[in-house]
Design a protein around this ligand. Structure first.
Ligand code: G3H
Length: 482
């Protein structure tokens, strides 16, 4: 989709496979083909967005609030008619189970409506400063320019839209490349984009990320890089832009969120939250719990209850009832998880659960590894999959020191009861991460709360309200007349 036109592509294409087999003997399923655009098309799409922005004078950046809202409402109404097909594609393309696929779609629709409401309110009350030296100002928020938007495979609809929707509504034209996995589920929305927004405001390109993003970044003509993915890709893209360090960016990156289980934690609740935190969508969430620190006085009991629940989880195809564990969409992921397990075993850990590490063509059963230490790869790398390191500790300074040393700083889950212990600990933890979840697992939602992180975990803040600020700038007219 470029310049308001859906171009029929006659060039090179790539096949998209699902790791879910449609036959009883394992064979990946061909789902469709996508265009493989090149540098020339990438620059055409860039020009389309630049034309729509027209140095800030275009129809979209100058449009009235009510009219921009009308476009967004038109889009979301049309999007709602595509629920069934998009939910189906979420299951086939990325293996997300049916309830979570439905939730991803519905959450995205809610997010759009909430963004519209927040947009109506944002900074409407021009700041009134009493000590203004007789200079009056009407302060508002304006667009930043052309935004390049790159979303992740684990939430190819929802997280991509948490970048795209606020960027758009604030008046920025967008160039958007769907994630490699989850790429097909965007195509049912192309006509809705085309029908709802002025020409060139939404541009969608297909192909290999590096091939397409490189000429766009090197042109120096985009104003914002927005990406949910890994810091290595973000750094490489940023380095290609002539403005380098001064490029505006909104980034959601990797994390290694820990759980800390104190001696007085309610173990039943803790185990249930740790199951959800480590294994929802097979652990393929940046907010997943990726390391469990359990006090040595309760670690044996915790492990016993935890592995019983892990082994009871049902594996199957995403549409089957009660299925929690599903095929992994990345073909190379089971092999990578196997490598992490082998490294931990070699360095002294064991797999505690009976089914742990059992490998099939498209899945590896979650392995609970114990005792893990900081020298193991499963501690230092973001596993983004079904393997759970458990670290025993005797002194709370041990997990705190590890967190302070870590490259990441998104969230933590803290399990315990005694408020006198919890309170000073929370004061320390909020200076190491951005969200402390008390007796609950880590998560991004509800979407009104700030979603961000320290160090390599994020740059800028997302959420219904914060994202509107991240994709805009405050502008004002100053005058001596009130
Ligand atoms: O992958 C990172 C996502 O932001 C996780 O979102 O906590 O809602 O599953 P979630």
């Amino acid at each position: 989709l470029t310049n308001g036109e859906l171009i029929e592509w006659k060039g090179k294409t790539a096949e998209v496979y699902s790791t879910i087999s449609s036959t009883s003997d394992y064979k990946p399923t061909l789902l469709g083909t996508i265009p493989q655009l090149g540098e020339k098309e990438a620059l055409e799409v860039l020009n389309s967005a630049l034309k729509a922005y027209d140095k800030g004078q275009g129809l979209w950046p100058t449009m009235k609030v009510v009219d921009r809202i009308a476009c967004m409402e038109k889009f979301v109404e049309q999007m709602k008619t595509k629920r069934d097909v998009i939910v189906k594609l979420l299951m086939w393309e990325i293996g997300k189970n049916l309830p979570d696929s439905q939730k991803e779609f519905d959450r995205t629709v809610d997010y759009i409506y909430d963004t519209i409401e927040a947009y109506k309110q944002i900074d409407r009350d021009s700041a009134k400063f009493e000590k203004n030296d007789g200079v009056y100002a009407h302060i508002r928020r304006g667009p930043l320019g052309v935004v390049l938007c790159l979303g992740p495979y684990n939430y190819p609809l929802n997280e991509t839209f948490t970048l795209l929707i606020p960027a758009l509504i604030m008046g920025n034209p967008v160039i958007f490349k769907p994630a490699k996995l989850g790429v097909l589920l965007i195509s049912p929305l192309l006509e809705a984009f085309q029908n709802s927004f002025p020409k060139g405001v939404v541009n969608v390109i297909y192909g290999r990320g590096r091939v397409l993003a490189t000429p766009i970044m090197q042109s120096g003509k985009i104003d914002v890089l927005s990406l949910i993915g890994n810091s290595k890709s973000a750094n490489a893209l940023q380095a290609q832009h002539p403005k380098g360090n001064r490029l505006r960016m909104v980034l959601g990156l990797e994390a290694k969120n820990p759980a800390i289980v104190l001696p007085d934690a309610d173990l039943d609740l803790t185990v249930d939250e740790c199951i959800a935190g480590t294994l929802s969508f097979n652990g393929q969430r940046c907010t997943a719990l990726k390391v469990l620190y359990v006090h040595e006085s309760v670690v044996d009991e915790f492990n016993k209850r935890f592995i019983a629940k892990v082994d009871a989880l049902k594996f199957g195809n995403p549409w089957e009832s009660g299925v929690k564990l599903t095929p992994l969409p990345e073909v190379e992921k089971p092999g990578y998880i196997k490598e992490l397990i082998a490294d931990a075993l070699e360095k002294g850990a064991s797999i505690l659960n009976e089914k742990g590490g059992v490998l099939t063509d498209n899945f590896i059963f979650p392995a609970v590894l114990y005792p893990v230490n900081t020298g193991m790869k499963v501690y230092s790398e973001e596993q983004f999959g079904p393997v759970i390191p458990v670290i025993p500790f005797s002194d709370i300074e041990e997990p705190l020191d590890d967190m302070a040393e870590s490259n990441y700083g998104q969230q933590v889950s803290l399990f315990g009861k005694d408020i006198k212990t919890l309170s000073p600990l929370i004061d320390t933890l909020v200076n190491l991460v951005c969200r402390v979840n008390l007796n609950s697992s880590c998560q991004r939602g509800p979407d009104v709360y700030p979603f961000t992180g320290r160090k390599d975990s994020a740059f800028g803040t997302l959420s219904v309200h914060d994202a509107l600020r991240s994709f805009s700038i405050r502008t004002f007219v100053a005058s001596k007349d009130n």
